[in-house]
Design a protein around this ligand. Structure first.
Ligand code: SAH
Ligand code: SF4
Ligand code: F3S
Length: 435
């Protein structure tokens, strides 16, 4: 028997890349590769990259720089770049780092085995097309191995929104939804393999149109699968949050009370310049309707500070919106100029100003996050246990609201879903006892 070749994949960026990396590893399994968790003994290294901010893209080049030594020692080692940097920069990557053998964009992963063979034969392999065929259907069936209790499942890809700051519409292409029957088949298969919680993924997941009743229709069919206990979805755009989806948050028990709903900014002037197509007030109204359907809903958001031409008054409007919403968690970023996007051409906010605003916004968001977390003390929540904690007999899992919860108890196993009473809140986690 021939020795299996070893594949090391390093994943950057969003959950969609995490899902894609799994699928690429499976596709390469068919080529005789097994995954390894170190680049040192790999026959092939694949970086699954992110282009969202300048720092994310630069990380890729510094990581590649580190592999020079490995490649000098082992000329047979093949190095590939996948993901959004691959799509955005294409051949340029090989010019900047000639040791790169393979470049593959996010819509071409089903062609990875051919590209690998080409790279093995000593040629450079490049594919950044947006092909007609569906990569998900061409990727081979998922193997039947057992797996952990939570899984990502991509149902929608691409974006037609063209926010003025964002590269995603260029790197992932136009919005495409996978047909509901395929998604349901993949979900049933995941459940057979031990999965109890599925997070549906899409750059604009609530724009899903692979089901005649949209994402809400898909969620209700998923909820009918025995053994699937929890459903989540991310990331949503406020303008695609329809009545059916809001209603699902109220009456679909398996849909968890946590929603990532990025707003980016609180000033209508900036929202307009961002091309978001909604006002701060419309967002707040939407939040109100969601909370009317599900009063204990935890909201999460994304924010950009220092978007071109943002004034102190604009920024204050972001702080006001955050105060009005009370987020359970949030991600905030300094605006980063992305080549080829409209906002990159506009007058920029000085870096020191961006730093100052980011600090102030994050201080507020951390306070809110902590307050909502502390308010969990004394409450009983569902916890799906995912892995052993650091202490003996300790297990850690996620609450319905996505908090990390530690519990010490004999006999708890990975994949158990139990009621837990929260007794303590620390900066990034909760502690509880079985109820
Ligand atoms: N499709 C998702 C997420 C896109 S990227 C959505 O629409 O919400 C994730 C987050 O990165 C965005 O929500 C935004 O807050 C941030 N982001 C995107 N482009 C950025 C840029 N040029 N500079 C700083 N942050 C950016
Ligand atoms: Fe980017 Fe906007 Fe599309 Fe989200 S909705 S992926 S921020 S363009
Ligand atoms: Fe990054 Fe691409 Fe995701 S740019 S955030 S990996 S869609």
């Amino acid at each position: 028997m021939t020795q299996p070749k070893k594949l090391f994949i390093k994943t950057y960026g969003c959950q969609m890349n995490v899902y894609d990396s799994e699928r690429m590893a499976e596709a390469m399994g068919g080529q005789g590769y097994v995954q390894t968790d170190s680049p040192d003994d790999a026959d092939m290294i694949l970086l699954n990259t992110c282009h969202i901010r300048e720092k994310a893209a630069e990380k890729v080049y510094s990581e590649l720089g580190r592999y020079k030594v490995l490649k000098a020692e082992r000329p047979d080692l093949k190095i590939g770049v996948a993901g959004c940097v691959a799509q955005a920069e294409g051949e340029e990557i090989m010019r900047r780092q000639p040791m790169v053998d393979l470049v593959v964009g996010p819509q071409s992963y089903h062609r990875l085995p051919e590209l690998e063979a080409k790279a093995r034969s000593g040629e450079k392999a490049l594919d950044t097309d947006f092909p007609e065929e569906d990569k998900f259907e061409r990727l081979q069936a998922r193997p039947k191995a057992k797996r952990g209790p939570t899984a990502f499942l991509t149902v929608q890809e691409g974006c037609d929104k063209f926010c003025a700051f964002c590269v995603v519409p260029y790197t992932r292409g136009a919005e495409v939804s996978r047909p509901a029957d395929r998604v349901l088949t993949e979900a049933r298969d995941l459940v057979e393999r031990g999965v109890r919680e599925i997070t549906l993924l899409g750059q604009n997941v609530n724009a899903y149109h692979g089901h005649d009743r949209g994402l809400a229709g898909l969620i209700r069919e998923l909820a009918a699968i025995d053994g699937l206990e929890r459903i989540r979805f991310t990331t949503s755009h406020p303008n695609d949050m329809d009545d059916a989806l809001i209603a699902a948050h109220g009456d679909c028990e398996k849909l968890m009370p946590y929603l990532h709903l990025p707003v980016q900014a609180g000033s209508d002037r900036i929202l307009k310049r961002m091309n978001r197509h909604h006002t701060a007030e419309a967002y707040l109204k939407l939040v109100e309707r969601l909370r009317a359907a599900r009063p204990d809903l935890h909201l999460s958001g994304d924010f950009i500070v220092g978007f071109p031409e943002e004034t102190e008054a604009d920024f204050q409007a972001t702080l006001d919106l955050v105060e009005a919403v009370q987020y359970g968690s949030a991600f905030s970023f300094k605006y980063s100029e992305r080549p080829g996007t409209p906002a990159a051409e506009r007058p920029q906010v000085p870096e020191a100003e961006k730093d100052d605003r980011l600090q102030r916004l994050q201080a507020l968001l951390v306070r809110q996050q902590r307050a909502l977390q502390d308010a969990m003390i004394g409450r009983e929540v569902g916890v799906l246990f995912e892995k052993a904690g650091r202490r003996p007999g300790q297990m850690v899992g996620k609450s319905d609201y996505l908090h990390a919860v530690y519990v010490e108890s004999d006999g708890l196993a990975r994949g158990d879903l139990r009621r837990v009473r929260i007794v303590e809140s620390s900066p990034n986690s909760l502690r509880g006892v079985l109820a």
